[in-house]
Design a protein around this ligand. Structure first.
Ligand code: IMP
Length: 408
């Protein structure tokens, strides 16, 4: 009886969302939680994401596939809130297959997910070089979502029929052609693009499904995997320095079509310090050698763009707002080991007040297997976070590897 109760609890559907500006270490948490679940489902964003999972010293960076894909029996769903670059997805699948992991037969792609077309990333890049200071990843994400909202987008199911695809590309180009010409960019013919993208349609035909119906009717357990973070959310983030999708829990409902009743627990992921790539406000940013030290130890360079990430201290009031918006039940705190050599650590605990300085633990914590083994000063840091956020820290990641995690 007790065993059944426990296994039911372990199999709750869980959402994993970033509470900062992305790069919080969500992928590792998703990978850990996926071990006890059946399905891992992305719901927003596209190949702007670079989700890293390290197993036995081998790092895999997921761009479009959900981060639970390394577990060989998990179903991987790409929800319709995503924008999908089929070229990137095909490469990702082939790389895993070449490495000995079969994944193609367990990928479901929403029939109504939108496609990132070649003109989307050309325009994203051209805008970044000229008129924009957002600092996008130049993966065509913004222009693909523009097409979706304008109702001129290309969807996954359109790739399956070359004639329909050509007509839809022609329609989309009515908007983009003058812009491509304005930036002196090549204008490929709708026919050529339809031929090329129909080939992707052939390749993915067996993966395209009505995922809304599937997700709402399945009895299997699900991890919903967020991309980016609350600060980059199109509505709740630091607009206009945001991505173009809903990176918060709300994005699960719109980006997969599941009922809110399907989300049983929300885990908010934060790093022990903050980072941000691209432009936009960053109230706790550090501009001295401490930032360089954290960046080097924490390997804070974009997984997709390789750009050095801006580094700052934790901004707890901002995270508290993200907790409210996302209805976070528990916190996963990552990369605490990166701070292990610092003599002191700063934290923003209140808006308008000076940052609080606390002593560092200055010792290696990577061998700790439970919370009580951790140095007292590290425990105080975790307790401070917990108290300020009024939310339990239930997982602490103390290294890159899958098993370098403390459950409390
Ligand atoms: P876009 O999503 O490529 O349009 O970029 C918009 C903003 O979101 C830029 O500041 C990017 O650096 C940021 N961004 C997008 N995806 C990620 C991510 O996965 N991690 C961190 N920042 C991201």
């Amino acid at each position: 009886m007790l065993k059944r109760l426990f296994s039911n609890l372990a199999n709750k559907n869980v959402a994993v969302v970033g509470l900062s500006y992305g790069d919080e270490g969500k992928a590792k948490i998703v990978d850990v939680l996926a071990a006890n679940r059946d399905i891992v489902c992305r719901f927003s964003g596209g190949s702007n994401a670079g989700h890293s999972v390290v197993v036995n010293n081998k790092k895999t960076i997921f761009r479009l596939l959900p981060s639970g894909a390394l577990h060989k029996d998990k179903l991987c769903i790409l929800g319709h809130g995503m924008v999908i670059d089929p070229k990137v997805l095909k490469t990702e699948i082939e790389l895993l297959t070449d490495g000995g992991l079969q994944v193609k037969n367990r990928v479901y792609i929403a029939n109504n997910a939108h496609i990132v077309m070649p003109y989307h990333f050309l325009i994203d890049e051209a805008r970044e070089k000229t008129i924009s200071d957002i600092g996008t990843t130049k993966k065509g994400i913004g222009p693909a979502y523009e097409d979706k909202i304008r109702r001129t987008g290309i969807r996954m199911e359109d790739l399956l029929d070359q004639d329909i695809l050509e007509k839809k590309i022609e329609n989309s180009l009515k908007h983009w052609e003058p812009i491509l010409r304005h930036f002196s960019l090549p204008v490929y013919s709708a026919k050529t693009m339809a031929q090329q993208y129909h080939e992707y349609g052939d390749y993915f035909a067996s993966n395209v499904h009505d995922t809304v119906n599937y997700l709402n009717t399945t009895m299997k357990s699900i991890v919903f995997e967020g991309a980016q973070g609350a600060g980059l959310d199109i509505d709740n983030g630091t607009y206009p320095y945001v991505t173009s999708s809903s990176a918060s829990v709300g994005g699960i409902l719109t980006g997969t079509g599941v009922s809110h009743k399907k989300i049983h627990e929300v885990i908010g992921v934060i790093k022990a310090y903050s980072t941000r790539v691209g432009g936009g406000p960053f109230s706790t940013e550090i501009n001295n050698d401490v930032a360089d030290r954290i960046r080097e130890i924490g390997a804070e360079y974009g997984s997709v763009t390789k750009r050095p990430r801006r580094v700052g201290w934790l901004d707890l009031p901002e995270i508290k707002k993200a907790i409210q918006i996302n209805g976070v039940d528990n916190i996963a705190l990552t990369k605490i080991d990166v701070l292990s050599t610092l003599p002191e650590i700063k934290v923003k605990t209140h808006d308008g007040a000076d940052l609080m300085t606390i002593p560092g633990w200055e010792s290696n914590i990577t061998a700790c297997t439970n919370f009580k083994d951790m140095p007292e000063k590290a425990k105080c840091f975790v307790k401070l976070i917990q108290e300020c956020l009024e939310t339990k820290v239930s997982m602490i990641s103390i290294g890159c590897e899958r098993d370098a995690i403390i459950h409390i």
